[in-house]
Write a protein of this length. Structure first.
Length: 323
């Protein structure tokens, strides 16, 4: 019937690629001969990120004094950082060690989904941490009653659900595209704008949806983080004692630094992909690797250096193992 034909015409573009393409990932353009040497700092960064974030999770788990909302959110941040590292570890080191550049279409989509999921989750967790600091400074007497264990669990579930709901259609929309141009990706992992550019289909819907996804997650989160700090500053200025003001601000330094090292590379990478068509080939690669590894590496270091409770717990753990 005519209606069935119309339905098939609507559905078929999604599955018209009976054989999906195999993409080729890129290491560092122009420095392929040095990939073995470049892998050394990358291995060090991955080991630092994975061990540092695992250590944060472990000390928060075993130390009862860290069973507070601030450290639960820090655990969520460490979990997203570990997830982000694991999502890219195989392809990045596979290129540098084995020159294993090929990745199937479905594997590429899976990797892309998890990279963007953990990125969106990290943005959401940073927003939750900003809210945590706002409540702790502006309403310390009600802090424990506002951020209960149940509410923290609900926030964690909302973080995962929000990222999954936004990303699922983004990935499915790529399945309706055909790929007949070059199949060489510009990074050592699958990134949505990078995959989308290789299509010879109309990608206006994909581009619009991708832009909407980044604005509705990182864009909205950054605005609310900024608003949280405006309210935090107002609350701190109402504190009479200079010592207490200094103490209140000091609890925010780690979070402000974590926000900066997450958002600056993310925004830079998005701009390069959308507006930097004539930029040198190594620029997107450099920014992508900074975006990929610097937050997971730096977050445990920042919180270990700036948070005395974490320092004490880590030292206690080291001393107990040494004894």
């Amino acid at each position: 019937s005519y209606k069935k034909i119309q339905l098939l015409q609507t559905i078929m573009p999604i599955f018209h690629n009976s054989t999906f393409p195999t993409f080729l990932l890129t290491g560092v353009p122009g420095l392929e001969w040095a990939h073995a040497w470049i892998s050394i700092p990358f291995c060090c960064l991955y080991l630092t990120a994975l061990s540092g974030n695992t250590l944060i999770l472990f000390v928060v788990l075993i130390d009862p004094s860290l069973h507070e909302p601030m450290y639960y959110f820090l655990s969520m941040l460490s979990t997203t950082d570990i997830g982000l590292c694991i999502s890219t570890l195989v392809t990045v080191l596979g290129i540098f060690w084995l020159n294993a550049r090929e990745i199937s279409f479905n594997a590429c989509l899976s990797q892309m989904f998890f990279i963007h999921l953990f990125t969106f989750m990290e943005s959401s967790v940073l927003l939750a941490m900003a809210f945590d600091r706002f409540v702790a400074i502006s309403n310390p007497l009600r802090y424990a009653t506002i951020l209960t264990h149940t509410r923290i669990a609900q926030i964690g579930l909302a973080v995962v659900t929000r990222g999954t709901v936004i990303l699922t259609p983004l990935v499915l929309l790529l399945k309706r595209l055909s790929f007949c141009h070059s199949q060489v990706l510009r990074h050592s992992y699958c990134f949505h704008p990078d995959v989308m550019k290789l299509s010879c289909s109309d990608t206006k819907i994909n581009s619009a949806f991708g832009l909407t996804a980044i604005i509705s997650t990182a864009g909205v989160d950054s605005i609310f983080i900024l608003l949280s700090y405006v309210l935090i500053i107002r609350s701190v200025l109402n504190i009479a004692s200079p010592e207490e003001r200094k103490k209140a601000f000091s609890t925010c330094i780690s979070h402000i630094t974590a926000v900066a090292i997450f958002y600056i590379p993310l925004i830079s990478l998005s701009f390069v992909h959308r507006f930097g068509k004539h930029s040198p080939t190594y620029v997107p690669t450099l920014i992508a690797n900074i975006y990929l590894l610097i937050p997971p590496v730096m977050n445990p270091i920042i919180y270990s250096v700036k948070t005395k409770q974490i320092q004490k717990s880590v030292l206690k753990l080291i001393c107990s193992k040494g004894a």
